[in-house]
Design a protein around this ligand. Structure first.
Ligand SMILES: NC(=O)c1ccc[n+]([C@@H]2O[C@H](COP(=O)([O-])OP(=O)(O)OC[C@H]3O[C@@H](n4cnc5c(N)ncnc54)[C@H](OP(=O)(O)O)[C@@H]3O)[C@@H](O)[C@H]2O)c1
Length: 200
């Protein structure tokens, strides 16, 4: 698939490296594709393309938003036409705010976007280290053909996808992220902890 990743930091890079290895075309959307930072990124990610956001979105079928939370509103507004109809996976968090995700912000700017809440509830190290369904990853979004695509992309990271439900369950998925953050930053657990769905 053609995957655009907006935000080439911890989360974006981790997913991009794994999806590129799986054979997907991965294009990172950056603020300035000619900056020294972009050049360094290009050198460190030989299997991916480093472009501006509009270029990255041009042929994309799926978009991962892994930007700082506050950067999302302007980015989706500016690129609304290019995002129309696309599958968008929102990994962004604003812990402590009344709304932790960017679902409404994305849909307000791009009503036709098919938005999924994914990659938000675990630290990037978990996604980096996971393999062969070693941990579970809970996500939500509409149950249609797009969900199969998102589910496959999650599985390709090495975590087991667990669909929680449609957008009405986003608070549950967000709460799992809050749980992870609480355990790591307040209870002293390591950043590679993850949840596992098991049967008694
Ligand atoms: N870190 C985690 O473990 C984790 C886990 C789950 C979810 N998340 C969420 O995922 C998002 C990304 O987290 P992160 O840790 O990957 O952050 P990060 O390492 O700071 O990376 C953010 C990236 O976004 C880029 N960026 C900023 N504004 C941009 C813009 N307007 N257009 C294009 N690129 C832009 C930054 O580029 P510059 O360097 O040029 O600023 C940087 O490459 C956050 O919302 C976070 O809450 C993080």
């Amino acid at each position: 698939m053609n995957i655009a990743i907006l935000g080439a930091g911890n989360i974006g890079r981790t997913m991009g490296i794994k999806w590129a290895k799986t054979g997907h075309r991965v294009v990172f959307g950056t603020r300035d594709a000619n900056s020294a930072k972009a050049q360094a990124l290009r050198a460190s990610l030989p299997n991916a393309e480093i472009e501006t956001v509009p270029h990255a979105l041009k042929d994309a079928e799926v978009v991962l938003i892994s930007l700082p939370f506050a950067a999302v509103a302007e980015t989706v507004k500016t690129n609304a036409n290019a995002l129309a109809g696309k599958i968008i996976m929102d990994a962004t968090n604003s812990f402590g705010a009344p709304v932790v995700n960017n679902l409404k912000t994305i849909l307000d700017a791009v009503p036709t976007a098919r938005v999924y809440r994914a990659f938000n509830s675990l630290g990037w190290e978990v996604f980096e280290q996971a393999s062969a369904n070693s941990v579970d990853h809970f996500y939500c979004g509409k149950d249609d053909a797009a969900r199969s695509i998102v589910e496959k992309l999650i599985a390709e990271i090495g975590v087991r996808p667990v669909w929680v439900g449609g957008h009405e369950t986003i608070g549950i998925v967000d709460a799992l992220g809050s749980l992870w953050v609480t355990l790591v930053f307040q209870r002293g657990y390591k950043r590679n902890i993850a949840l596992r769905l098991s049967e008694a």
